[in-house]
Design a binder for this molecule. Structure first.
Ligand code: C5P
Length: 417
């Protein structure tokens, strides 16, 4: 990794960018997107759905991109055109994305070239929806959009404004400059953790009372898994140490399973010395039964008296003992607070950052139904040596992305010192 952030344009030089144009009136604005991307030196290829041809001619995109436009699954001469287009793509932009295009992506259709390409690509994907307000606000579209975001796909817009129907509302495609900027940012991000070793803890620990009962918590593992997915997408080699989770871990990432805080501590301390970034997103139980009995407690024996003792505070241990960590590595912790106010969250995050010796603390609200344990979204403030970032209420993958922006920035600064 270099000392400074590369310039936005340089990052696109020679990169293969697929622009998928689906059938909406906003397709005319994508002409400017293709031209700007081609001017950065990127190798731009355009895929059009058959209905996109009603709005812009393939000839226009071919001339601006300098490449033939692909529309058909069969008859192009290539044996498997969707695989050839998708493999090696550094970035895919779907603009405009109609309600139909969003639905097909959400469900994993592969009945035309566009949807088959989207099912094959492994690069970052940006989607710029454009549709009438009613279609955008329909629960079916909203559910499809949420499914895309959950998978790590970035939504650009839509914004509010004039629509082709003559009225005005939500559903207007973002402006071309905004789409190009988001594309360049995604390309920059796609590499900003290259060569980085990352360790992420996820889920909750379970502290046994007897062979069948435990002290635990409601953590789903979603936040830790989102961080692991985002770090891997940006080039990091990631290991997740996971306690109990109800969410699925992201594919292709090493997962080490543990049950208790003591097991999590051992797994983390073993790996932390090699890791450039350690993120403690797990909800570690703060207390455990002093001893777990090895036979099931009998109901007939009456209510047991359980004495709780503290578990090891893994984050604080790492924070206070630099010898346990890689030199110039970044230590990130979480603070679960029943507090939605960003001002208070910020103060709590900064306080915990200092008391635990962490570089970064993410304070999130676990007291609301739309934030914290088990929810798809999170309301959070990030405290780092550079100050506070109020992320607001966003999907867990968007919070993971904001966190990795902070981490990548800190790594750049430390490596240039
Ligand atoms: O002190 P508190 O539990 O609020 O701190 C939360 C942070 O500390 C989280 O990052 C969590 O993973 C970590 N933690 C830990 N070991 C514990 C308790 C919490 O590493 N025993």
């Amino acid at each position: 990794m270099g000392a400074g952030a590369p310039s936005p344009d340089a990052v696109a030089q020679g990169k293969k960018i697929l622009v998928c144009v689906t059938g909406g009136i906003a397709a005319f604005k994508v002409v400017a997107v293709v031209r700007s991307l081609a001017e950065t030196g990127a190798d731009v290829r355009v895929v059009m759905t058959p209905s996109a041809h009603h709005f812009v001619g393939a000839q226009t995109f071919a001339a601006l991109s300098g490449n033939p436009v692909a529309t058909e699954m069969f008859g192009s001469g290539a044996a498997v055109p969707h695989v050839e287009l998708a493999r090696g793509a550094d970035l895919v932009i779907v603009a405009p994305a109609t309600a139909n295009a969003v639905a097909k992506m959400a469900l994993g259709f592969a009945d035309d070239l566009f949807s088959a390409v989207l099912l094959t690509v492994r690069s970052p994907v940006l989607v710029a929806p454009a549709m009438h307000t009613e279609m955008w606000e329909h629960p079916a579209t909203q559910r499809n959009v949420a499914a895309l975001e959950e998978r790590g796909i970035t939504l650009i817009g839509p914004s509010e404004g004039a629509l082709s129907s003559g009225d005005s509302g939500a559903g207007r495609m973002s402006e071309p400059e905004e789409i190009v900027r988001a594309g360049l940012r995604a390309l920059g991000r796609a590499e900003d953790l290259a060569g980085v070793r990352a360790l992420v803890t996820a889920g909750g620990t379970q502290e046994p009372i007897d062979p069948v009962r435990f002290v635990g918590n409601r953590s789903s593992g979603r936040m830790g898994f989102a961080i692991a997915q985002e770090a891997a997408a940006r080039g990091a080699r990631v290991t997740v140490v996971a306690g109990a989770t109800s969410a699925e871990p992201p594919p292709g990432i090493e997962v080490v399973r543990v049950a208790t805080a003591d097991e999590m501590r051992a797994a983390v301390l073993e790996r932390a010395p090699e890791c450039d970034v350690t993120v403690k997103a797990a909800a570690v139980a703060d207390f455990k039964p002093r001893e777990a009995v090895d036979r099931k407690l009998k109901k007939a024996s009456g209510p047991p008296e359980i004495t709780l003792v503290p578990t090891p505070d893994i984050l604080a241990e790492l924070g206070s003992s630099p010898g346990l960590r890689k030199a110039r590595g970044i230590l990130v912790g979480f603070a679960a607070e029943t507090e939605p106010d960003p001002g208070v969250l910020g103060r709590l995050a900064e306080g915990k950052r200092r008391s635990k010796g962490a570089d970064v603390i993410v304070a999130n609200d676990v007291g609301s139904s739309d934030s914290g344990f088990g929810a798809a979204t999170n309301r959070a403030v990030i405290a780092s040596p550079d100050g506070l970032t109020d992320v607001g209420l966003v999907t867990k993958i968007a919070l993971a992305s904001a966190l990795m922006d902070v981490v990548a920035g800190l790594l750049r600064t430390r490596r240039s010192l």
